[in-house]
Design a protein around this ligand. Sequence first.
Ligand SMILES: Cc1ncc(COP(=O)(O)O)c(C=O)c1O
Length: 254
Amino acid sequence: MILALATTHSPLLVDSSHRRAIAPISTPDRLLLGPGPSNADPTVLKALSRTPIGHLDPLYVELMGEVQELLRYAWQTDNRLTLPMSGTGSAAMEATLANTVEPGDTVLVAVKGYFGNRLVDMAGRYRANVKVIEKPWGEAFTKEELEAALIEHKPTILAMVHAETSTGVCQPMEGIGDLCRKHDCLLLLDTVTSLGGVPLYLDDWKVDLAYSCSQKGLSCPPGLGPFTMGPPSRSQACSASRQSAQLVSRRVPA
Ligand SMILES: Cc1ncc(COP(=O)(O)O)c(C=O)c1O
């Protein structure tokens, strides 16, 4: 192959106008105190300096298994389908919606800040019939408000942000999953800013779908979007007939 390439004659010349002589990257050590990215743990930085291994290497499979277990621990879930997907939190958000929303489905989004609005936009782009309930920025929803909206809109999915980064408000989750089961809809939770930052109890809260990022509470660089999905009897009942083939369904063997 290399020989063939080497002997192939091309009439085209390589354009070097964008070529640069670059020095080795030397970034300063900064203390990051914003809502993300946060400083990566030294053990993470050390691991990143290792030589890449192949994705079919048995060690890769073993390491991925460890990562999946640790994500289950951080989320407090037994969900088998728990894995980090390539991409940021927004990619994980999109993959979650793409794999669960069918055009015309009613998705109720509980908005209490900027990232709730991003859920509204994304669900709309997947042609959901998006319904919105809003709280003033700085406040969380009560169970009564959420139940009233579930009764009014009868959604297939209730989507909400756990820790709304734009305001710092963390939504109390106790009892919301029970309401979703009572009203026969899935509970989708954005945990981008909460995972690793505050305790999460996805199974106790009866959360069906959740996603996060690597660069905040998990103290890793950006680039991974952890994702988790409840047992097939609930979550895949919603997604099995979906035609979407975004990140998760492409990556997870049937
Ligand atoms: C609550 C919330 N959801 C989603 C996102 C998007 O995540 P990312 O920036 O990793 O794409 C952010 C980013 O700050 C966030 O705070």
